[in-house]
Every structure is written in C-alpha cells, then in structure tokens.
Design a protein around this ligand. Structure first.
Ligand SMILES: NC(=O)c1ccc[n+]([C@@H]2O[C@H](COP(=O)([O-])OP(=O)(O)OC[C@H]3O[C@@H](n4cnc5c(N)ncnc54)[C@H](O)[C@@H]3O)[C@@H](O)[C@H]2O)c1
Length: 456
C-alpha cells in the first residue's frame, strides 16, 4: 500500500513555498502529494501553479477560492491541510479542516488570541485530529545544541534567561510594510514574531510561563513618529513613487519576478498592498516596535526579554543561567548598510557577521562550543522540520523538538499576556487567559547522552 499522504495548502503567499518545494523533492515526494491550493487570490494560486509546472516539473493543481474551502476538502479528500494564511485566520482553517476529518500543519503563530486558541483546543478534543505547529527555530542547529547542553545538566538547574532579539531596518521594517502592522491581523510582534522566541525559551528550560509583565510602544515607525522627527512623506506605498536611493525603506514590488507575480499582480484580486510606507497611515500602524517583557515560569525561572525592530543590524543574544554555570549564544547578521554612503570597506569588515556559543561552568574558564553547520533557511531549522513533517516512521527525536498545539498556545499566550499587560500596566497570569496542562517532559540527560559533542 502506498504511504503517500495527500496535502492541500491554504494561504498561497510567500511562506507556502517551503512546503510546496519540499513536497516535490526527494525524499519527501516519495511520501507526499500536493493536491490543491486555496486562497482569496487566483493570481497567487496561478503563480504557484506556474512554479509547480515549471521549476518543479509537476502538474497543474486545482485551485479553490477561500469561500470554497469545504468544497476543496470534499472533492480532493486531503489527509492534511497546511495552513499558511494571515495569522488571525489560522484558527478558521485549522478548526474547519479538523471538522472535515483532516490533520493540520499550521505555521506559527498557531493563532492570535486566547479565545481562538481555546476554540482550536475544543476542535481537537471534538474531532481527535492532530495539529502540528511549525516551530522551525527549535530545529536550528545552534538552538538544538543549546538544548542538548542544558539537558545534559552542564549549567545545573536553569534559573534565569536573558533573551534579546534585534530586527533591523530591512527585515524589521518589512513587518511595518505588510498586514503585520495591524494588530487585529498579526497580534502585534509580541505574538507574530515573539511566538518563536517564547517557544524557544519554553523549549530550552522545559516549562511554560506563569506570569507576564510587559512594556511596549511604537517609537520609530508610523506617521506620528516620523512627523515628530520632522519627516514628511507624500506617498502611502513605495512602488512607483520612490526609489531605494531616495528612501532607504523603499521596496519595489516590480523589481523581481516573485514579488511582482505574488503581490503586485495580485493586487487586483486581493486588494492587498505589500509595500506600504512604514511611515504612512493607510492603514495606521497600531502594533509596537519596542518591547521589554518580564516573565516568571511555573518552575520559578525568570526571563528578561527584549525585542525591537529598527536596529542597524540584526541578531540575537540568548543567555541561559543556572545553578552551575551559564550558556551564551550570540549571533550578529550582516546589518542593513546602504552601500556607497560611507566607508564600504569598513562596513564589510564590521558587518561580516559574527556567531559564537560559550559555556562557562562556575569557577572554570569559558569553553567555546562549536555550532554545527546549518543548511537552508532559518539556521537549518526549515530543512529539519520538513523531515519531521513529511517523512513517515521517523525515530523518536532525542531532543523532543516536535511542537504540539499546547506548545503553540503556550508561546502565543506569553505575547497575548504581554499585549494585555502593556495596555493595562498590570501583570497578567496565563491561567487567567487559558489554563494549560503541565508541559510534557522535554529531553533529559539520558536522552542527549548519546548525541555527539554533548557537554558534560
Ligand atoms: N516559520 C517561519 O519562519 C515563517 C516565516 C514566514 C511566514 N510564516 C508564517 O506563514 C504565514 C503566511 O505568511 P506569508 O509571509 O506567506 O504571508 P503572505 O501575506 O505572503 O501570505 C498570506 C496569504 O494568505 C492569503 N489570505 C488572505 N486572506 C485569506 C483568506 N480569508 N483565506 C485564505 N487565504 C487568505 C493571502 O492572499 C496570501 O496569499 C503567517 O502565519 C506567518 O506567520 C512563518
């Protein structure tokens, strides 16, 4: 009997490519068939069909408007629905797919608030179907190495985490050009982006958060901030109005085939403008770009988290401190440098990127930890998570990285609580939003002992 599973994708924007490409390539193509596409934009679905019949050598797939989701399931009978729509819509498709007898693979964030999370939990209980949330960051080689070291007991019992994430004026700014700038679509960056980071902390220290206190503000992007700095903009979008040379935040959606085919050409049937002026007000930016969050975990660990989205460079520093020592990971990307405006040679030298991991046990000198090389997107995370999604009969993962719907909820709830705390000035308990069961136990010292290079 064939072990092929049938998949459909709902939400055919940028992210679905990772799943589509994987399904058409070995080894995944031996176990998975993509059988249909669903979106509000026929242009976007046609774009992916051209990619499938062209680069991937597949056959043209049936396409369905979002209103015909049920019809698609009835006609194509997929085993699994892959959800890669706008964040605030994930729950609609997760729940309906399960009601129609399908399992679901959903992109992060699982959803954007506690009410939708509860509805997803209820659907899982009602239908018995399975939901996987694709936390690819857990599978990054650096993060996996950190979990291995912490699980080995090398820093003793974790007690305190410092987690800083810097988004630059290129990648960070992009959240303010797109639907992500609207709180009701993305839940703000504390949900949309930080769901990855809070999930990483949950994964690294092997517990869920209890109480969250946060401060946040919109300090840089948006019309009001620009005007307060004396900047005036006559355009609400970039394409056709301004070049990168005139405005460093400009984006030309006609500059490459993918942006043009997926977004510029699709404006006519989706109405979606992907290159809004980050300092415009149509629609206004109503998310925060500057965040500081304090979290107490159920096991007593305290987390000091910060994230902002207009840094000249991009990267992260994650330090996990314990009763026997400390583990630190630092990664600095290239940075957003506009060539020709200053000393390019110096820029090359300083912004070449930097990465290190150090373990320092108490009373001992620091030990440099080799970060295993990463292949593919998101620090090697994309390639690894695809294996876990599409390959059958995989051996158990010693690091226990596969995320459940409970993990999905546990990470968004920290962001949801953070947003509420910012609005009210009060700490928020996760149990008051949506009580979660105890975290399933993560990897223990015995699980990781066999992994090469485990720090003792
Ligand atoms: N794990 C990661 O590293 C990662 C990276 C990028 C994106 N993502 C996630 O993937 C998802 C998609 O992001 P993206 O960058 O592809 O965004 P996108 O804007 O490119 O695509 C979203 C798609 O949803 C479609 N859509 C809008 N309304 C719809 C509706 N009512 N029904 C069905 N489809 C609808 C849009 O037409 C569009 O094609 C998001 O949830 C995002 O958080 C995850």
């Amino acid at each position: 009997m064939s072990s092929h599973k049938r998949y459909v994708v709902v939400g055919t924007g940028g992210r679905c490519r990772m799943f589509i490409d994987a399904i058409y390539q070995a080894p995944f193509s031996e176990h998975a068939d993509l059988v249909g596409l669903c979106d509000i934009s026929q242009t976007r679905m046609d774009f992916w069909n051209r990619h499938i019949t062209g680069e991937l050598g597949g056959e043209n797939l049936p396409t369905y408007h979002a209103d015909d989701f049920d019809k698609m399931i009835a006609e194509l009978k997929p085993d699994v629905v892959i959800v890669t729509t706008v964040d605030s819509l994930h729950h609609n498709y997760i729940i309906r797919a399960m009601e129609l007898g399908c399992d679901v693979v959903s992109e992060k964030p699982m959803t954007t608030d506690e009410v939708k999370a509860k509805a997803i939990f209820d659907a899982i209980e009602r239908t018995g179907q399975n939901l996987r949330v694709t936390f690819n960051y857990r599978y990054q080689t650096a993060i996996s190495k950190m979990r291995e070291i912490i699980a080995s007991g090398a820093i003793g019992t974790p007690t305190h985490v410092d987690f800083q994430w810097y988004l630059d004026t290129s990648h960070g700014a992009d959240y303010f050009r797109r639907w992500h700038r609207e709180m009701d679509k993305s839940g703000g960056l504390l949900v949309h982006k930080s769901t990855h980071h809070f999930d990483l902390v949950n994964f690294l220290i092997d517990d869920y958060a209890d109480t969250v206190f946060a401060m946040g503000d919109l300090k840089f992007y948006g019309k009001e901030n620009a005007e307060a700095r004396g900047e005036k903009y006559s355009y609400q979008r970039y394409t056709g109005n301004v070049t990168k040379e005139q405005d460093p935040f400009a984006l030309d959606l006609t500059a490459d085939e993918r942006s043009k085919g997926l977004y510029f050409d699709a404006e006519k049937d989706s109405g979606y403008i992907r290159d809004r002026n980050v300092f415009g007000d149509a629609p206004p930016v109503d998310i925060y770009d500057t965040h500081a969050v304090l979290v107490r975990y159920r096991n007593g660990v305290v987390l000091n988290y910060s994230m902002y989205a207009y840094c000249p460079w991009e990267g992260e520093r994650i330090t996990v401190n314990g009763t026997k020592g400390t583990l630190e990971y630092f990664s600095r990307g290239q940075g957003h440098v506009i060539r020709g405006q200053s000393d390019d040679e110096l820029a090359d030298e300083q912004y070449a990127g930097e990465k290190y991991m150090r373990l320092q046990k108490m009373f001992q000198p620091p030990e440099s930890i080799e970060i295993p090389p990463a292949k593919g997107g998101h620090g090697g995370g994309d390639a690894k998570i695809l294996e876990r999604i599409f390959l059958p009969d995989l051996p158990p993962d010693p690091l226990k990285r596969d995320a459940t719907h409970i993990d999905g909820a546990a990470s968004i709830l920290v962001g949801v609580a953070g947003n509420r705390s910012i609005a009210t000035g009060q700490p928020v308990r996760l149990d008051d939003l949506l009580p979660l069961p105890p975290k399933a136990s993560g990897a223990q010292a015995s699980d990781v002992a066999s992994l090469a290079g485990t720090a003792k």
